[in-house]
Each structure stands twice: as C-alpha cells, then as structure tokens.
Ligand binder design. Structure first.
Ligand code: G1P
Length: 294
C-alpha cells in the first residue's frame, strides 16, 4: 500500500447558530463558551495540535469574528500584562497563539449544513487528506481522539472516522456505523446511517465528530443534494465516497461531551474541573454536598 499522506490541515466548522443554547449564544458564539477556564474551541484546537496538525482552517459565519480575535495577539492586554510583570498570564496567552500564517478563516455565508461548511474549506485545504473536528464535541481520554485516528490512518490509509458507544436508545440522534473486519486499532466500516429510525441502527457505535477525509469528498459535496433536516449532510457525501474508497473506524476509548447541549456542557465543566489539581479540592466536597441535598 502506498504510504498515506500526512494529515497537515484540520477544518473546524464553527458557523453553527447554537440554537440549542439560547439565550447564551445570542451574542457569544457557542464555541467561545468556557469549560472551566478555556473556550470550547481551545480544547478542540489542542486536540488537533496533539495529532500533529499544522494548519487550522476555521469555517465561520456572521457574528463569529470573536473566534478570529481569540486566535490573534491582543496587543493592549499583553502590553499591560508586560508592564505589570505578569509573566504567568503572558505565558498562558502565548501558549494559545497559532504560529503566523497557520490559521485560516473563511465564511459559510448561509447555514446550509455541515457538508456545505466543510465544502467551504475546499480551496484552503486543496488536494490533500485533511481532518474535520466538530467543535461542539470535546473529549477526555489518555490520548487525544484525533491522535489515535492518525495512528490508525498510518496503517489503513483512506478515510477514518472516530466512533464511540452510545445508549442504544439514542442512536437516532447520530450517524451510526456498521462493524466490519479489524484493521490496525480499528475496523472497516460496512455501512453508515445518518440518524437511523429507532430499532434500525446497525450498531450502537456513533460518529462522535472527528473525521479524516480524502480530498475527493469536495467534488461529491459540490453537487450533494440536501438530506436530513433539509441540510447538505457530510454523512451523505461520505456514503458516496465509501463506494469508491475505504472507510475505517477508530473506536475512541475516552469520553466525548456534546457541549452544544446543556447537559453535555455542564458535565464537561464538572469532569474537566475535577481533573484539575488546582480546582478539584475546592469543588469536590461541595458537589457531593449539593448532590446529597438535592
Ligand atoms: C453530526 C453528524 C452525525 C454525528 C454528529 C456528532 O450531526 O451529522 O453523523 O454523529 O454530528 O455530534 P449533528 O450533530 O449536526 O446533527
């Protein structure tokens, strides 16, 4: 098998309206809501960095300019911190800044769906395989999900999607895969169904929001008809691509939180706070007390 081309670029579709999180998202993009002390988008970018990504492509929309500001130098703030000798705070800011020229921003002008958002990145990605990370989904695990996928991809080539077990009662909310023979630390995908009707899902393994895709997906997306929810769906385009190319699944061993939903957002805050040595002692006992009282 030909050596798989390195995954250098990652696409972050951040144009979503965040309607599940109103009124908070009326003026603040959902990707900028904080989990403990970092915006949601930072967790996802950190996961991409861990996986060796070199170029970060954000597909934004109206009202999302603050995301671009977040990944830029904040001159006045930094000058003030320097003046006051706040080196620890300066270091935090420095650590999140992408190197010059490694972040690109393009706009999805109309909310036509995830497939359309990914297609908007076609010129910036060009003719090479790339990753897609859905920024609502943030993950906890020993190894980052995308880093694990990159390892599988080095063996499988083709396209790789990350999957995770879900409650069989909830399969209708996600893209679900069928399980084929083993490949590397994953398996071949036999089928993909977007939001299957109850009782028809091929497994309880859902697509958790991380993809490695070959650039041929862009040609398919170009003419992709609207699907579920009257939107251009990425899964529909992947189904066409799967007729021509291999798809492998990477079973992620950690846990994904859907921060676009209220329960997922709150659980992510609790889980990441309890993981922090500087915060856990302050909140653990009080959480127990609250749970006991309620
Ligand atoms: C999208 C994908 C779906 C995937 C899900 C993960 O759905 O289409 O396959 O399982 O993300 O969150 P959406 O959440 O946009 O309905």
């Amino acid at each position: 098998m030909a050596i798989a081309k390195k995954i250098r670029k990652a696409v972050f579709p951040v144009a979503g309206l965040g309607t599940r999180f109103l009124p908070a998202t009326k003026a603040v993009p959902k990707e900028m809501l904080t989990v403990v002390d970092k915006p949601v988008i930072q967790y996802v970018v950190d996961e991409a960095i861990e996986a060796g990504i070199e170029h970060f492509v954000f597909v934004t929309g109206r009202g999302k300019g603050i995301i671009e500001d977040y990944f830029d130098i904040q001159f006045e703030l930094e000058a003030t911190l320097r003046e006051r000798g706040k080196t620890a705070e300066l270091k935090i800011l420095d650590g999140i800044l992408p190197a010059a020229g490694t972040a690109s921003f393009t706009r999805q002008q109309a909310p036509l769906g995830l497939g359309h958002a990914v297609w908007c990145a076609r010129d910036i990605v060009g003719d090479e395989p790339f990753a897609v990370l859905l920024p609502d989904m943030i993950m906890r695990g020993e190894q980052g999900c995308l880093a694990g996928m990159v390892e599988l991809y080095a063996k499988s080539g083709g396209n790789v999607i990350a999957v995770e077990e879900c409650d069989p009662e909830l399969t209708h909310k996600y893209g679900i895969v069928g399980v084929g023979e083993k490949v590397g630390n994953g398996f071949k995908v036999t089928e993909m169904v977007e939001k299957p009707a109850k009782g028809t899902a091929p497994s309880n393994l859902y697509i958790n929001g991380r993809y490695i895709l070959q650039p041929e997906i862009f040609d398919i997306l170009e003419t992709q008809e609207r699907g579920a929810g009257n939107e251009i769906q990425l899964t529909d385009a992947m189904l066409t691509l799967a007729k021509r190319q291999d798809f492998a699944a990477f079973p992620f061993a950690g846990k994904t939180y859907d921060t676009g939903a209220k329960d997922g957002f709150i659980l992510a805050n609790l889980a990441f706070a309890l993981e922090r040595a500087d915060i856990r002692p302050m909140v653990e006992a009080q959480i127990k007390e609250l749970v006991g009282k309620l």
